[in-house]
Design a binder for this molecule. Structure first.
Ligand SMILES: Cc1ncc(COP(=O)(O)O)c(C=O)c1O
Length: 407
């Protein structure tokens, strides 16, 4: 086999992977219609309402409330679900910061628990020991688009009377035991930010089957108004978290082609699993029959350096990139090591606040292993390539393994 590209050899691949976003005439037609209508906001347009209904139906939920981001969705869902300021909310330590920062914005205290190394989702066995008399909610993340173990999480939640807000920001179309995520618990939140598989630049949605949660989420996102009240009648606290009609127009078009792209990503995810599983030192995440649809936002595998001449994850990633395979190390530190948590900087201008938890003492070994040593990510656009392109990925990894001592 030829020498490594990082050492001046020929890369396995020179062709680029597909770019994101994928868009077409539908986005342009929908946007043009909104521009021409002169109804650019949801207070006078109808496009956002149409998107909410379509998306809620797609995810098998009764209500959808579109908002300006996934973070906003989580923040409002917590409050609408009656999770009180000052309460503790259990989140995985391996997630985007928004899961926890939305809880902080809602006045809550995030308490981090470890992930399961086979799924990279919240470890349900770690929940009970994190529960205190102040705990009011659990926020499982369907990380990478792979549903968390909702059977186990709901069982603990029911036993301890806790609310469950699904962070489904990466999980459009994902299914747990044949049911779409998002309304499996009290509420679920999705993101439509630009890296996401359904994208309008920014945007989010709260889904729920609960009429009361829907009523309050709708009010909080619209200045505390009520659906049957007057424009200048404000019943509850609230802000302007509305999405524009332009975003909803794009989202309607993105949703139309979503299933077609999801199928390609799923085929390639399975193909990659088949190709990478036999390579010693590469561990693909475990199959779970209860996951009946994976949203494939990320493809993640575990890199075990002992099988690669002891070379670090960073060195491996650099070598893989040089072979023409775009990849990343993902999150570099556990969330509890972020300065905002270490310093409890939840006050104005970074002021420390007094909290019942001390993030300096948190330790989640699997999360630390994922961040510092093992997790390697491909973003969803890589999964939009052809099946042959997946062969290039496997070939590049096998090549690096064979020449690992040269790194
Ligand atoms: C797991 C997770 N939660 C929440 C969010 C927040 O979404 P947004 O960026 O739309 O605020 C994101 C995405 O960025 C995410 O990946």
């Amino acid at each position: 086999m030829a020498s490594l590209a990082i050492k001046g050899g020929t890369p396995v691949r020179k062709a680029p992977f597909p770019v994101w976003p994928v868009w077409g005439d539908e986005e342009i037609a929908n946007l043009t219609e909104v521009v021409k209508s002169g109804k650019w906001g949801r207070l006078n347009g109808k496009v956002t309402e149409r998107f909410e209904q379509k998306y809620a139906a797609y995810q098998q939920a009764k209500h959808g409330i579109a908002v300006n981001s996934g973070t906003t969705a989580l923040r409002l869902a917590l409050t609408a679900a009656d999770v009180n300021p000052g309460s503790e909310v259990i989140c995985p330590a391996y997630t985007f910061i928004a899961t926890a920062s939305a809880a902080v914005e809602a006045g809550c205290v995030p308490v981090f628990i470890d992930i399961d190394s086979q799924s990279y989702n919240m470890d349900p066995n770690a929940i009970e020991q994190a529960i205190s008399p102040r705990t009011e909610a659990i926020m499982p993340v369907h990380f990478a688009g792979r549903p968390a173990d909702m059977d186990a999480i709901m069982a603990v939640a029911q036993k301890h009377h806790l609310k469950v807000i699904e962070d489904a920001a990466q999980a459009w179309g994902a299914e747990w035991n044949g049911k779409r995520v998002g309304a499996l618990a009290d509420a679920g939140c999705f993101s439509f930010q630009s890296s996401k598989n359904i994208n309008a630049g920014e945007g989010g949605i709260i889904l729920t089957n609960d009429d009361l949660i829907a009523k309050f989420a709708r009010s909080h996102h619209n200045c505390g108004r009520s659906e049957d009240g007057l424009w200048y009648e404000h019943f509850y606290f609230g802000g302007n978290y509305r999405i524009t009609e332009f975003q909803s127009a794009v989202l309607l078009a993105q949703l139309e082609r979503y299933d077609e792209l999801l199928k390609i990503r799923q085929q390639n995810l399975n193909k990659l699993d088949d190709l990478l599983a036999p390579i010693e030192g590469i561990q693909v995440l475990a199959q779970d029959e209860r996951i009946t649809s994976h949203a494939c936002h990320l493809y993640i595998f575990r890199y075990l350096k002992d099988h690669f001449a002891g070379k670090s994850k960073e060195v491996f990633i650099e070598a893989l990139r040089k072979e023409g395979i775009p990849c990343s190390a993902g999150y570099s530190i556990p969330l509890y090591r972020q300065p905002v948590f270490l310093n409890r900087a939840f006050g104005p201008r970074g002021k420390s606040v007094a909290l019942p938890v001390n993030y300096q003492t948190f330790q989640c070994p699997e999360t630390e292993k994922a961040c510092y040593e093992e997790a390697v990510w491909f973003t969803q656009n890589v999964l939009l390539a052809t099946e042959e392109d997946m062969n290039d990925i496997a070939e590049a990894i096998a090549k690096i393994k064979e020449h690992a001592d040269q790194l």
